[in-house]
Design a protein around this ligand. Sequence first.
Ligand SMILES: [Zn+2]
Length: 95
Amino acid sequence: MRWIMEFFQSVFEAIFGYCRHSNLSRPFTIEGQTYKVCMDCSQQVFYSRDTMLPLSRRELRHLRAEQAAAAVSIMPATAEAREAVIGRAHKTAAA
Ligand SMILES: [Zn+2]
């Protein structure tokens, strides 16, 4: 019987993006992300700060894509180009 419950739990999570347990913590925001934590399975349920509703799978994908794009920085490929960029930064800082 337990595997049946686990099966339905995984189907629910696949559809809605979060577990169906109701024993959740209070919402809190850390590093710009608002979420509750399930006290039964420790899953994070991300919330919108505007609507205070759980994010859909699509909204969560969009949020993660934005965070990944913000984490990307472009660096020059060669050491000479890197030194030129650093030298340019020092010149603008000194000016
Ligand atoms: Zn849960």
